[in-house]
Design a binder for this molecule. Structure first.
Ligand code: ATP
Length: 243
């Protein structure tokens, strides 16, 4: 049974439909990547799944329950966590305080302060540092660690490597290795296509708010994904293409 099911989802900014008729499922432990050019609707889709952007039409079902009108806080408490684009940490609070803030929505599970620090050892010496004083890579690590503190069943990761140096990206993905081996499902938005192909079990290509192709990552070539990314629609259609 799917853990997360999205049915005919639409999300808008005023008259603009940023997400249009999106349907897909995520199973327990699955790593799904959303790929598409700037403005394709990936961030809006993640925000809508997390409950921080309203659903204009369609349904979101999580673990068999309709959560379409459930608040972001309650979604988080039931196991959906978002690592937002731009990290959105509390800059005037320490790393430790940022991590502990997540306790109010915490589920039982393997992730607690000690285990997230094992996964993100670069944060250990920074626990008492203000989040605003961290490097970009350390901030991203803190944002992911904060989301893990809630023990999510689905982790929504938006633009993990955006604005980070190659070294920092490497460090963050090194730490994600532990997470990728767990049964936590991940919906990933990542501009680094090679990392996307390495990490994802399945890929959904989006264009102008809609799904234009989807398939298992091992069965989609880099060229096919790039073609859908730019909307050039390569001739060799991918598995399960919806248009
Ligand atoms: P990016 O990689 O640039 O973040 P994206 O695929 O995540 O792109 P979104 O950020 O979800 O795409 O944007 C989808 C559409 O919604 C775009 O046309 C964008 O201009 C528009 N949009 C995004 N945020 C807002 C906003 N706050 N107000 C109005 N329109 C918005």
């Amino acid at each position: 049974m799917s853990l997360l099911e999205v049915q005919g989802l639409e999300a808008r900014y005023g008259l603009l439909s940023a997400v249009r008729g999106i349907s897909f499922t995520v199973t327990k432990g699955e790593k799904l990547a959303l790929v598409g050019a700037n403005g394709a609707g990936k961030t809006t889709l993640l925000r809508t799944l997390a409950g921080v952007h309203p659903v204009a039409r369609g349904r979101i079902v999580f673990d068999g329950a309709d959560i379409t009108s459930v608040s972001a806080h309650r979604r988080c408490a039931s196991g959906i966590a978002l690592v937002p684009e731009g990290r959105r940490l509390f800059p005037a609070m320490t790393v430790e305080e940022n991590l502990l803030v997540a306790r109010s929505a915490r589920r039982e599970g393997m992730w607690h302060l000690e285990s997230v620090l094992e996964a993100f050892p670069q944060l250990k010496p920074k626990l008492k540092t203000l989040a605003g004083d961290l490097s970009g890579g350390q901030q991203q690590a803190t944002a992911i660690a904060r989301a893990l503190m809630t023990n999510p069943r689905v982790l929504l990761l938006d633009e993990v490597s955006l604005g980070l140096s190659p070294l920092a990206v490497h460090a963050v993905y090194d730490s994600l290795g532990t997470l990728l081996k767990t049964k936590t499902a991940i919906v990933l938005v990542e501009q680094d296509l090679q990392r996307t192909l390495d990490v994802a079990d399945r890929i959904i290509c989006m264009l102008e708010g809609a799904i234009v192709a989807e398939g298992r990552s091992g069965e989609m070539t880099r060229e096919q994904v790039v073609g859908h990314y730019f909307g050039t629609r390569p001739e060799s259609t991918t598995q399960g293409a919806t248009s």
